[in-house]
Design a protein around this ligand. Structure first.
Ligand code: ZN
Length: 411
């Protein structure tokens, strides 16, 4: 994507002082004369910033303002040891709220809406981001946080929630519960704002049908403000991104080369206005592409495609690189296969064994044929020999956070 004049000016601004302000970037850009970075081409030669670099800056090494100007910190989930702490100034919090409010407006929300927020509150950015954006809009917020399905449904019924904010897996869990209790006609939900983890078309259709809502994919990550830096519009035509706050690139995850628009690779983000912890060329590890052409909704904000996976989700099976989305692609094209699936990779007797569990409503006696069909398609489309196993709907776990679908038990 071409860097526009506004973005070029903001980037020049940041680069002119970042070494002075940020000890982290003073180290990172050591030996690089930033005053020589004039064009997009020059910019594309700057080194990337990766999550591991941010971990090394624990606890507050990322801050680029005096500590008295920090009003809040967030931390991204430290599944692998040291967490990453992101400091925010007053303006950063405000900017994030402006972007989030814009997301809600894109989804057609207005001050009449009653927004039930189920993502978690606390160190991570989810719940509080959803809340501040909704309050800025003037909607009514029900700050539930995750879990306690009974109470979620009670609030939904008694307070007439019109919007559900959730991860896709928790939205699925709630939609199944609502269907089971036969109370769909009593709920007033119109819209779902769903955190954009990878989710298949089948899951989307099921949630939309069971809840009777329109769904919007909201994108974001803690390192770059949090959720709310982009959202899909009602045309479900990718995710509009707020390019007046952020600059986006899509790179080849292996070579680091910037890819032409339309080609899939890893999303890289540079913050244009962030004060507390500006990030230059931050690797998100999310796989997507920049979409070309205009959107029928008329918005001028550029779009990325729905996230198809993460570079770190990629697994190597029998010498072939495979992404979870590829399993999704095969299974979602099959009749009688429901939206949830799980892939187990084990190493037995010197061989990789791939077991693919999927849910079906078919009775036991009809399952072997379906499993055989799935095996055939997985072989044809992805090129791997897998053992498909059909299970009952509801047998595979649903989680309140992100659902892990590939379990690599080989190492
Ligand atoms: Zn649009």
């Amino acid at each position: 994507m071409k860097m526009n004049a506004y973005q070029a000016e903001k980037i020049a601004n940041i680069l002119s002082t970042i070494k002075e302000k940020s000890p982290f970037y003073k180290m990172k850009f050591k030996g690089i004369d930033l005053s020589k970075i004039k064009t997009q081409e020059d910019f594309e030669k700057l080194p990337f910033t990766d999550k591991d670099d941010l971990r090394d800056a624990y606890p507050l090494g990322l801050k680029a303002v005096p500590e008295k100007d920090i009003v809040r910190i967030h931390s991204s989930s430290g599944t692998t040891g040291t967490p990453v702490i992101i400091p925010y100034t007053k303006k950063d919090v405000e900017d994030w709220g402006v972007m989030f409010e814009r997301c809600y407006k894109m989804a057609g929300l207005d001050p009449e809406d009653i927004v039930q927020i189920t993502p978690g509150y606390g160190l991570w950015t989810a719940g509080i981001g959803f809340q501040y954006g909704a309050e800025k809009l003037g909607a009514m917020v029900i700050p539930m946080g995750p879990g306690n399905t009974d109470k979620q449904i009670k609030m939904m019924l008694d307070l007439h929630s019109t919007v559900l904010c959730a991860t896709s897996s928790y939205a699925l869990l709630l939609s199944e519960e609502i269907k089971k209790r036969g109370i769909r006609d009593n709920i007033r939900l119109k819209k779902g704002v769903i955190g954009s983890e990878r989710w298949g078309d089948k899951m989307r259709e099921r949630i939309a049908d069971d809840l009777g809502v329109e769904l919007y994919d909201i994108y974001g990550l803690t390192e770059i403000y949090g959720p709310g830096i982009g959202i899909s519009c009602s045309y479900e035509n990718g995710i509009h991104m707020w390019d007046d706050y952020l600059y986006f690139e899509v790179i080849d995850p292996k070579t680091g080369k910037v890819l032409p628009d339309g080609q899939e690779g890893e999303l890289v983000i540079t913050t244009l206005l962030k004060e507390g912890a500006p990030l230059i060329r931050y690797r998100t590890h999310d796989l997507t592409r920049i979409m070309t052409g205009g959107c029928p909704c008329g918005s001028g904000y550029p779009r990325i495609d729905i996230i198809t996976g993460r570079t770190d989700d990629m697994v190597k099976i029998k010498g072939t690189n495979i992404f979870p989305a590829q399993f999704d692609g095969v299974l979602s094209g099959m009749e009688n296969v429901e939206s949830e699936y799980q892939v187990m990779i084990d190493h037995l007797d010197g061989k990789d064994i791939v077991t693919v569990f999927f849910e079906t409503k078919l009775p036991e006696e009809k399952r072997p044929a379906l499993e055989k069909e799935a095996a055939k398609r997985l072989k044809e489309v992805i090129g791997i020999t897998a053992v498909p196993k059909a299970v009952n709907v509801g047998d595979l776990p649903r989680s309140e956070k992100k659902t892990n679908r590939i379990f690599d038990n080989r190492y």
